[in-house]
Design a binder for this molecule. Structure first.
Ligand SMILES: Nc1nc2c(ncn2[C@@H]2O[C@H](COP(=O)(O)OP(=O)(O)O)[C@@H](O)[C@H]2O)c(=O)[nH]1
Ligand SMILES: [Mg+2]
Ligand SMILES: [Zn+2]
Length: 220
């Protein structure tokens, strides 16, 4: 019984990887960067998108992954940027085959970057390659500083770690040195960013990171 379970899992993952590769090939041909935002519900993923979209000169689109509703997609639409909702109908992460059937609905010839807001969850979204160039781990001050150690896969896989809601540091106990110390030990190469969308802090650095990733992708 145990062996059978393992076989099934391998088959699913293999299928997923072929879709992911298909997406990567397509986006490489078009010179589009794909960034996969992963964090808990309420960590500030949609707010970060609202604060950056259309303001940094990058032509963006958003794929919104949610268990139900198109609320986040509507918030993104209000910024004037194309957005597509994938409802997972209870599923706790996005998979590459869903993203594959979605990206061609976007105006690919007019884009520099596609953001994917993954289903709010620090666990399994990190396990799935959905064709992205970079995973970004997003966690917020009220969630506490222990999240990197408790969810190591995401914080190890991420190309950048964003700590949101730093405006709440005066009100919520949070040990910044502990948080960034753990991230540094687990994933020394990840870019590290303090962010407050409420105060507009960290947004310029975020844009610089995105631009450097786009340049890297287009120049080789
Ligand atoms: N204090 C504070 N609240 C924030 C900040 N960013 C987002 N929020 C709030 O956090 C809540 C969840 O934000 P949302 O972007 O919907 O989170 P998501 O579920 O990760 O997409 C909302 O009430 C936001 O207004 C921030 O920088 N500071
Ligand atoms: Mg959201
Ligand atoms: Zn899941």
């Amino acid at each position: 019984m145990t062996t059978k379970k393992v076989e099934v899992q391998q088959a699913v993952m293999a299928a997923d990887l072929s879709y992911a590769q298909k997406i990567k090939d397509r986006l490489k041909e078009k010179g589009i960067l794909m960034v996969n935002l992963i964090g808990s519900p309420g960590s500030g993923k949609t707010t970060l998108l609202e604060k950056t979209l259309g303001k940094d000169g990058l032509r963006a689109a958003v794929i919104e992954g949610d268990v139900a509703t198109d609320r986040d997609a509507k918030r993104i639409e209000a910024t004037g940027v194309p957005s597509i909702q994938i409802n997972t109908d209870g599923g706790c992460h996005l998979e590459a085959n869903w993203v594959d059937s979605t990206i061609d609905k976007l105006p690919l010839d007019e884009l520099d970057i596609i953001f994917v807001e993954n289903v709010g969850n620090l666990v399994c979204p990190a396990e799935f390659d959905i064709g992205e160039d970079h995973k970004v781990a997003i966690s917020s001050v009220p969630e506490g500083p222990d999240k990197p150690l408790k969810y190591p896969l995401l914080f190890t896989e991420a190309s950048a770690v964003v700590l949101t809601k730093t405006d709440l540091l005066p009100y919520v106990p949070f040990d910044l040195d502990l948080y960034w110390g753990d991230v540094g030990k687990m994933n020394p190469k990840a870019k590290r960013l303090d962010m407050s969308c409420a105060k507009g802090e960290g947004l310029e650095e975020w844009s610089r990171i995105l631009r450097s990733w786009l340049e890297e992708k287009r120049n080789g």
